[in-house]
Design a binder for this molecule. Structure first.
Ligand code: SAM
Length: 215
């Protein structure tokens, strides 16, 4: 349960020098968040693409987050100077996101293959929902991007609907996405994405930009 992991009181309350020792003197803030990062495949692919951007995976399962931590440490020790910009915390992102990130701090958030929660009464547990989009809009900077992908068509429709409905998000066209180097990672970088691809499954993405409020 939640009582088993530490929860920072506020974004300033976490000592990130433990997470990113090579960046201790840089004053950089975390800019990318991978929500429900699972085994960390996306962080590992993103790390060399944006070597000076700090990224944090958030994962609820204790053993899985420990695995990601070990995986990153192993990559750091066999590739000196690399993979220093990625780390992971065990947390419930649906409850504690504002404890980790301040207003407009993030430029990208990832929700890759989130749990579908099929039953209607469980839709409120979905990691994309209108109330949670308010929080995501708060931590994302204007111009920041939310990337979502799933192999469950109904969930894909749901995520698109929530993002389409929310006044602080606007769709990004497939044309724009085709020149975004991050977009092509959504379907294939993570362990879940690779499983879906091996089984020949279809995927459904929704990628939206945080926009300024217009009256
Ligand atoms: N994104 C990864 C991938 O594509 O391989 C993992 C996908 S997996 C189906 C969903 C992950 O979200 C699981 O590892 C689960 O433990 C995690 N998760 C579910 N609810 C969460 C929450 N509230 N906070 C953080 N992680 C959560």
């Amino acid at each position: 349960s939640d009582s088993h992991f530490p929860i920072p009181f506020s974004p300033a309350d976490t000592d990130y020098s433990q997470h990113y020792p090579n960046f201790v003197h840089s004053n950089l803030k975390i800019q990318f968040a991978d929500i429900g990062c699972g085994f960390g495949g996306l962080l590992i692919k993103l790390s060399p693409l944006f070597p000076n951007t700090l990224m944090l995976g958030m994962e609820l399962r204790d053993k899985v987050s420990e695995y990601v931590k070990e995986r990153i440490l192993a990559l750091r020790s066999s590739n000196l100077g690399q993979y220093e910009n990625i780390s992971v915390v065990r947390t419930n992102s649906m409850k504690y996101l504002p404890n980790y990130f301040g207003k407009a701090q993030l430029s990208k958030m990832f929700f890759l293959f989130p749990d579908p929660h099929f039953k209607e009464k469980n839709h409120r547990r979905r990691v994309i929902s209108i109330p949670l989009l308010d929080e995501y809009a708060y931590v994302l900077d204007v111009g920041g991007i939310i990337y979502t992908i799933t192999d469950v068509e109904e969930l894909g429709d749901w995520m698109k609907h929530c993002l389409e409905t929310h006044p602080l998000f606007a769709t990004i066209t497939d044309e724009e996405l085709s020149v975004d180097p991050v977009f092509e990672l959504l379907a294939c970088a993570t362990e879940e994405g690779q499983k879906v691809a091996r089984n020949g499954g279809q995927t459904f993405h929704a990628v939206y930009r945080r926009i300024a409020f217009v009256e």
